[in-house]
Design a binder for this molecule. Structure first.
Ligand SMILES: Nc1ncnc2c1ncn2[C@@H]1O[C@H](COP(=O)(O)OP(=O)(O)O)[C@@H](O)[C@H]1O
Ligand SMILES: [Mg+2]
Length: 284
C-alpha cells in the first residue's frame, strides 16, 4: 500500500523535478550580494530558494592512476520550499553534493544555480555574501567550544553590520529551538541533542532560504534524533526554507517530500520508503 507521495520522473508535481527552472524572483540573493550590511536577510519569512544542478561533476585525483568521481554528471532541480532526503551509502557523494550546493566547495565541471543565481560563477565577497544566505547543519555540530550558546548562534554574522538586532534574533532562535535560559552556557555543558539545537539556531541566524543538513541525526541516539528531526521539519514549515538533508536514516526520508538516491556519485533510482519505486529525478 502506498500512503506517501508517489514520486516518479513523470510526476511533475514532485518538488524535485526535471522541469525547467522558472525565471523566478532573484531579489533576495542579488540584494545580499555586494551589500555592505546584511540587511537583506532581515526580512520576514522567506519563500525558500530554488536549487538547480546542471551537469555537476566533482573529481578527486588521489594519485596519478586513481580518480574518484564524488559527483558524476548530477542534474537536479529542487523546488522552492521543498524538503528532500539525499540518501546513499557512506562514500556515495552525499556530503560532496551538499558542500557544492552550500558553496563550500567548487565543482570540477557543471553549474549550480540558487534562486536563478549561478553560484559557481561567484568569487570573493560575492561568494562570501552568498554563503551567508545558506544555512548548514553538520553531523558533528561544529560549535566553537570557548563561546557561549548565544555567541555561537551570532557568530556567522558577528563580523557584519546587520539592520536588525543580532542579539535579539539569536535569543529568539535559541528559544525557538527549546534552549531559552541556556544563552550563556558553553557547548561542553550541553548534551549532543542540545548542541545540535544550537547548531540549527546558528544555521538560521542569517534567515537562509536554503537549509542544508549533513546527517544531522548521525551522532545522536534515536530519541534525541527524533526530537531534532521534529525541530528541523517544524522549522522547515515555519520558515519556508528549502530543506535538503543527507541521511542514512529512513525516518528522515519518510518525512521528506522527495528522495534523491546517490551511488558512487551518480543519482540513481531506488525504493520509496512507503513502497513503490522512486525514479531518480534527473532531467533528460
Ligand atoms: N577531499 C577529498 N579528497 C579525496 N577524496 C574525497 C574527498 N572528499 C570526499 N572524497 C571521496 O569522495 C567520495 C564521496 O565522499 P562523500 O561525499 O563524503 O560521501 P558521503 O557523504 O556519501 O559519505 C568518497 O569516495 C570519498 O572518499
Ligand atoms: Mg557524508
Amino acid at each position: 500500500m502506498t500512503e506517501g507521495p508517489e514520486l516518479g520522473s513523470s510526476d511533475m508535481s514532485s518538488p524535485v523535478t526535471a522541469s525547467p527552472q522558472s525565471n523566478g524572483d532573484t531579489a533576495t540573493v542579488t540584494s545580499v550580494i555586494g551589500a555592505e550590511s546584511v540587511g537583506a536577510v532581515s526580512g520576514e519569512r522567506g519563500s525558500g530558494a530554488t536549487v538547480r544542478l546542471e551537469g555537476v561533476t566533482k573529481r578527486y585525483a588521489i594519485d596519478k592512476d586513481v580518480v574518484i568521481m564524488a559527483a558524476d554528471d548530477v542534474n537536479l532541480d529542487f523546488a522552492a520550499g521543498s524538503s528532500t532526503a539525499l540518501m546513499g551509502a557512506s562514500g556515495s557523494g552525499k556530503s560532496t553534493l551538499l558542500h557544492l550546493m552550500g558553496a563550500m566547495d567548487t565543482p570540477t565541471s557543471g553549474r549550480i544555480f540558487i534562486d536563478g543565481q549561478e553560484i559557481t560563477a561567484l568569487s570573493g565577497r560575492k561568494l562570501a555574501a552568498h554563503r551567508r544566505s545558506i544555512g548548514f547543519v553538520f553531523q558533528r555540530f561544529h560549535l566553537l567550544p570557548a563561546l557561549s550558546v548565544e555567541a555561537n548562534v551570532m557568530a556567522p554574522l558577528l563580523p557584519y553590520r546587520t539592520n536588525f538586532d543580532l542579539k535579539a534574533r539569536a535569543r529568539e532562535l535559541i528559544a525557538s529551538v527549546g534552549l531559552a535560559g541556556r544563552e550563556n552556557t558553553i557547548p561542553s555543558r550541553l548534551s549532543g541533542g542540545q548542541q545540535q539545537r544550537v547548531a540549527i539556531a546558528r544555521a538560521l541566524i542569517g534567515r537562509p532560504n536554503l537549509l542544508l543538513a549533513d546527517e544531522p541525526t548521525g551522532n545522536l541516539d534515536s530519541t534525541t534524533g527524533d526530537e531534532i528531526l521534529k525541530l528541523l521539519f517544524d522549522l522547515h514549515r515555519d520558515h519556508g526554507v528549502t530543506l535538503i538533508i543527507a541521511t542514512h536514516d529512513p525516518r528522515v526520508a519518510e518525512r521528506c517530500q522527495s528522495i534523491v538516491r546517490v551511488k558512487d556519485g551518480v543519482v540513481v533510482a531506488g525504493p520509496h520508503p512507503h513502497g513503490g519505486q522512486v525514479t531518480a529525478p534527473v532531467r533528460p
